[in-house]
Design a protein around this ligand. Structure first.
Ligand code: C5P
Length: 216
């Protein structure tokens, strides 16, 4: 492998970006950061202390106290935490407080894979490869619905779809670091792709970017 490979993957809720990022990280033997977990951890802290999600001072204090090593991904992935995370993620001082942690992760020797909403635009604007994942909201809701029912949760497809659409709208319209592709991101639409096909497509985007870099 060449000296450094930094991959930034962004996209809306339930687009499969986390799975793709993990697979690419395994493939290239790179560390992976799911940046959504940071916002989820802030939301979880507020929920657990019964603090309103729009309490900017409490949310910012929770963000400042975060350490990557103390995360419990299972609790952070529970239903409802994602939606709460998108509310605290719209608070500019929360984003500011989480910036350093993410920027430090990017600096690791060898590179890294990050996924989130603003990894290609704000966290790692110089990434070697930027991929923006898209998929129809109905398809994303169907995937999330199947995940939830497989976990034994009593979900309704219509509710899952409404939550996804609400989160898309909130994440795309906020004033700081809204969800949008970086100018140099490659768009990957996974509406009609299963995870294996999506992984192969993502891998060829990465390989094409690396080959282009070597030619330069
Ligand atoms: O990706 P995930 O669903 O875990 O993200 C939860 C929420 O965290 C998102 O809806 C978004 O509002 C926020 N987020 C963000 N910036 C990131 C990653 C996640 O604003 N880089």
């Amino acid at each position: 492998m060449d000296q450094n490979l930094l991959i930034a993957i962004d996209g809306p809720a339930a687009s499969g970006k986390g799975t793709l990022a993990r697979r690419l990280a395994d493939h290239f033997n790179l560390p992976h950061l799911d940046t959504g977990l940071l916002y989820r951890a802030v939301a979880r802290a507020l929920i657990d202390s019964r603090t309103p999600l729009d309490d900017a001072a409490a949310a910012t204090a929770a963000a400042r106290g975060l350490k990557l090593t103390t995360f419990d991904p299972v609790r952070l992935k529970e239903t409802g935490v994602g939606d709460a995370a998108s509310k605290v993620a719209a608070i500019p001082s929360v984003r500011e407080a989480l910036l350093r942690l993410q920027k430090d992760f990017v600096q690791q020797p060898g590179g890294a894979v990050l996924d989130g909403r603003d990894t290609g635009t704000v966290i790692a604007p110089d990434a070697d490869v930027k991929i923006f994942i898209e998929a129809a909201a109905e398809v994303r809701a169907e995937r999330r619905f199947r995940e939830l029912t497989a976990k034994g949760e009593n979900a309704r497809y219509e509710d899952v779809l409404a939550t996804i659409k609400g989160r898309d709208a909130r994440d795309s319209s906020r004033s700081v670091a809204p969800l949008r592709p970086a100018k140099d991101a490659v768009l990957l639409d996974t509406t009609h792709l299963d995870i294996e096909a999506a992984f192969r497509a993502a891998l060829s985007i990465v390989e094409a970017a690396r080959a282009g870099r070597e030619r330069r």
